[in-house]
Design a protein around this ligand. Structure first.
Ligand SMILES: *[C@@H]1O[C@H](CO)[C@@H](O)[C@H](O)[C@H]1NC(C)=O
Ligand SMILES: *[C@@H]1O[C@H](CO)[C@@H](O)[C@H](O)[C@H]1NC(C)=O
Ligand SMILES: *[C@@H]1O[C@H](CO)[C@@H](O)[C@H](O)[C@H]1NC(C)=O
Ligand SMILES: *[C@@H]1O[C@H](CO)[C@@H](O)[C@H](O)[C@H]1NC(C)=O
Ligand SMILES: *[C@@H]1O[C@H](CO)[C@@H](O)[C@H](O)[C@H]1NC(C)=O
Ligand SMILES: *[C@@H]1O[C@H](CO)[C@@H](O)[C@H](O)[C@H]1NC(C)=O
Ligand SMILES: *[C@@H]1O[C@H](CO)[C@@H](O)[C@H](O)[C@H]1NC(C)=O
Ligand SMILES: *[C@@H]1O[C@H](CO)[C@@H](O)[C@H](O)[C@H]1NC(C)=O
Length: 624
């Protein structure tokens, strides 16, 4: 081994030690709030990089086992019913093709072969296939470090559509980022007959030591109320968790009841003179004793028994649409604007406490349940109430989707098989406070000194008074003792703090994360020394290493993420990306070692000599 190789071996070993530091920081995934997505939203989404070079695709977080992306042409092939404006289609890159990606993909498969549960809820038809592709996680949007999930397994939709009973449909236009940690691998038969296995998304991030545990904390936020989304892998933002979390040791929670409530002012609910109505969780006309429901951010609606949806709807100005299996708001009814702009809530009561005898409520303001169906589901924007009657089956229980999760915090730790649900705040939430979830955590803590959840809405939801309520002349003004009679005191609160400034990650937090990352690698000075050393030894070859346009901006003192790209075992990044025609360094550094059995301390495990000769001149010079 040449002396320079010995030095580099030492460095790699040092990195191995650093990489096995168990103190990986929670990883923040930014929601993209520059625009929102339909056709049944508006919803925030995440811009997720796939393949090399990065292709930025729109995804929703999901508990689906496997992430799913849309193939190029999925929309154009079926035209008409794609939900514009955002298309999120993946076009196989030259690197993917030259690494025989298409030989390794599966035959076209039915959506249930991807995820029976989620595809049933979405009513998917069409086909897709399993494939390998890199996924690159950007920490905090594009301002932090990068996690390369290589030889990662995902599903690609070719032609999958969400179908509605009356024949309306839309081509899936948004992928799903799997947060599911209980399963490690996807396996499938490739088109060439070979069996393939690949790490699933959360597992891949965990075993590569980018995150401290297979866990997440999520609040999808709300477009209408301008609450940004929050997603942390290996941790959670406690400012999104206002109440003592309801815990479950499975993937479902026991829903005990559903109520309507008005917390301030008078009620505009219809067919009642009360402002609090309970007992709405019904099956077959009876009040249900409790239903197992699963939270699922990858699906849009509240999937509840028809009797329950009908019971709620009987107090709202909505009509059931059989074609859509949803309820449409009667926009001409005077109660419609009243209910969605004042503190009228749908209250979900869950069993909680050690023996499940307590109940804990999650309040969802109707302001968040004024969602909109757009083309291609409806020819013109149509406000709808997102209850979608569902019949539970053994594999697909009742579900609470994104509509509910706009107002609820969801977290899961796959190591201890615990799931957590709590009240999330409204627009006036406090500053981010990221907490780690470790592999042994069976509980998480809510925010310390959290604001009262209702106070996070007072700036947005104005109480109805007898002077502006359509109910005022019906003698139904007050309800059952819940009105505190302070409706008139809510004036002029519209100048409350801008929620955006509160929900953003502070500069301090960004610095903290960047510093932590460098320290985790053995110190900034060492990092710079290592980089300088490499630069000296491989000047020409590495001239592209820091090409700014290929890499996100790095905080001061923080070397290029490409330099630090590494796997958990300390070996350099491996990837599907053999044979980048442009010979780019980011690729070169992560040259495919999927066929290599060499250990991490062997420098040339970085790339196969055979491939270097043909595909990567620079690396060949370096390693020769
Ligand atoms: C947000 O999404 C838009 C639309 O897809 C895209 O153009 C933009 O680059 C995304 N922003 C980020 C930071 O990813
Ligand atoms: C791709 O497959 C061909 C034969 O089908 C093989 O010769 C070639 O080595 C493969 N390339 C890679 C990168 O696996
Ligand atoms: C299928 O393709 C992969 C990747 O190119 C290759 O490693 C494997 O040997 C192929 N299997 C068969 C049966 O040709
Ligand atoms: C999963 O990832 C780990 C770490 O990168 C790797 O060692 C392992 O081979 C991968 N498993 C599969 C099936 O690709
Ligand atoms: C309704 O709101 C009032 C006032 O905030 C509260 O005291 C009461 O417990 C709520 N009822 C339900 C069923 O949530
Ligand atoms: C309700 O949704 C419609 C679009 O469907 C929108 O025009 C309206 O502004 C929304 N109302 C409120 C109070 O958010
Ligand atoms: C509610 O009822 C109380 C008496 O029950 C009455 O004094 C009060 O004015 C009513 N409030 C409104 C807003 O009508
Ligand atoms: C009703 O009137 C009160 C007092 O005049 C006002 O503060 C509130 O914003 C109004 N509510 C709605 C929904 O217009």
């Amino acid at each position: 081994m040449a002396p320079s190789n010995l030095i580099l071996s030492f460095i790699l070993l040092a990195f191995t030690a650093a990489a096995q530091d168990p103190n990986a920081s929670p990883w923040q995934i930014a929601f993209n709030t520059t625009t929102s997505i339909g056709p049944d939203g508006p919803w925030w989404f995440i811009t997720q990089a796939v393949d090399f070079p990065d292709q930025k695709l729109s995804v929703f977080p999901s508990l689906s086992e496997t992430s799913i992306i849309m193939s190029s042409g999925a929309c154009s092939a079926l035209n008409a019913d794609c939900a514009l404006p955002i298309q999120a289609e993946w076009t196989p890159s030259d690197s993917w093709k030259s690494n025989n990606g298409s030989q390794k993909q599966s035959e076209p498969l039915d959506p249930t072969k991807w995820d029976d549960r989620v595809s049933s809820l979405l009513g998917l038809d069409g086909t897709g296939y399993y494939a390998f592709s890199r996924m690159t996680l950007y920490s905090n949007g594009n301002t932090g470090s990068l996690a390369y999930l290589d030889r990662h397994g995902l599903f690609v939709s070719d032609s999958m559509r969400a179908m509605y009973p009356g024949g309306a449909a839309y081509t899936l236009n948004v992928g799903l980022l799997s947060l599911y940690g209980a399963k490690e691998l996807a396996s499938w038969t490739g088109v060439n007959g070979s069996q393939f296995e690949a790490n699933l998304t959360l597992n891949s991030a965990y075993i590569s030591l980018y995150i401290p545990s297979k866990s997440f904390g999520l609040h999808v936020g709300s477009v209408a109320a301008n609450i940004g989304g929050s997603l942390i892998l290996g941790g959670y933002d406690s400012s999104r968790c206002l109440t003592e979390p309801i815990t479950s040791d499975s993937t479902t929670f026991k829903l005990f009841d559903i109520s309507l409530n008005v917390t301030r002012g008078i009620s505009a609910f219809v067919n009642t003179d009360k402002s609090t109505i309970s007992g709405l969780l019904q099956t077959s006309g009876d009040q249900a004793i409790g239903l197992e429901i699963q939270p699922e951010p990858g699906v849009p609606y509240l999937y509840l028994p028809k009797e329950t949806c009908d019971a709620i709807a009987s107090h709202l100005p909505v009509t059931y649409s059989e074609e859509l299996n949803l309820y449409l708001w009667d926009t001409k009814a005077p109660e419609y604007p009243e209910i969605i702009s004042s503190p009228h809530y749908l209250v979900f009561s869950f069993s909680s406490g050690a023996d499940g005898t307590d109940t804990s409520n999650i309040n969802v303001p109707f302001a968040l349940l004024n969602l909109t169906l757009e083309s291609p589901l409806q020819s013109k924007p149509t406000p709808y109430f997102p209850c979608s009657p569902w019949t539970s089956t053994e594999t697909v229980p009742y579900h609470l989707g994104r509509a509910f999760l706009q107002a609820a915090f969801l977290s899961q730790n796959s190591h201890t098989n615990m799931m957590f649900l709590a009240q999330a705040p409204g627009p006036d939430h406090s500053a981010q406070n990221v907490k780690k979830i470790t592999t042994t955590d069976t509980a998480i803590k809510s925010a310390s000194n959290p604001p009262d959840w209702e106070s996070t809405w007072t700036g947005t939801l104005k109480a109805l008074t007898s002077s502006n309520s359509s109910n005022s002349d019906s003698g139904a003004a007050n309800g059952t003792g819940t009105s505190s009679g302070n409706g008139g005191t809510e004036t002029d609160t519209s100048d409350t703090t801008n929620p955006e400034s509160k929900s953003g990650l502070s500069t301090k937090a960004i610095c903290g994360i960047a510093t932590a990352a460098v320290v985790g690698l053995g110190g900034g000075a060492f990092a710079l020394w290592y980089f300088a050393l490499r630069k000296r030894h491989q000047q020409s070859q590495h001239s592209r290493l820091l090409q700014p346009q290929e890499l996100p901006p790095s905080p001061p003192g923080y070397a290029s993420p490409a330099v630090w790209g590494r796997k958990g075992d300390g070996s350099p990044m491996t990837s599907e990306l053999a044979g980048m025609p442009d010979g780019s360094t980011q690729h070169r550094y992560e040259v495919d070692s999927e066929y290599s059995d060499k250990g991490p301390n062997e420098l040339d495990a970085k790339s196969r000599p055979a491939e270097l000769a043909s595909n990567s001149r620079a690396a060949a010079v370096e390693l020769a």
